[in-house]
Write a protein that binds this ligand. Sequence first.
Ligand code: CU
Length: 200
Amino acid sequence: MTKLPFRQTAFALLLCTLAGSASASLTVQVVDSAGQPVPDAVVYAEGSAPLVKSPAQVDIEQKDKKFIPLVTVVQTGTAINFPNNDTVRHHAYSFSTPKPFDIKLYAGTPTKPILFDKSGTVVVGCNIHDQMIAYIQVVDTPFFAKTDASGKARIANIVAGKYSLKAWHYKQAAGIPINEQTITYKDDATITVKLNYKAG
Ligand SMILES: [Cu+2]
């Protein structure tokens, strides 16, 4: 094997490190008590790793008299816009403790986004259309994801460490504690979380 000059060796090592961190992820499969995959569940890993602030700009739009998406997960400190893409006006509000708010009857995008600065569940409704509902899970960690139709969520760019892995679903009755387990994450892994109730 040809010996690489130091600089090239260092560069190759750097590339390997970057490739490694880019691909590392934790996949979480969420099933309910009947073993059925649960879509739209929120999973998040709380640990002692230094927190990176996610500067993401998040939208919950209103279209066809629905909030889209139904479920949103954000890190504490994230601002969310509520653009109205319908021709009718909406009035988005919440009474939830982490962030009560009220965006009175409006069209288009409200001038100011709402800042979600405390963790917890925020249920959003529309004062005009009773059927409209959205759920926001605000979490104190940058390591979070939402399950897809097959009940799988991929937490990307999670770093090695010990975590409390939590799972929350909007159909879980108030008062049911959030599903929680302690995990040690090292490298790419898949973990199954079983909720203690039937989601379907
Ligand atoms: Cu409405």
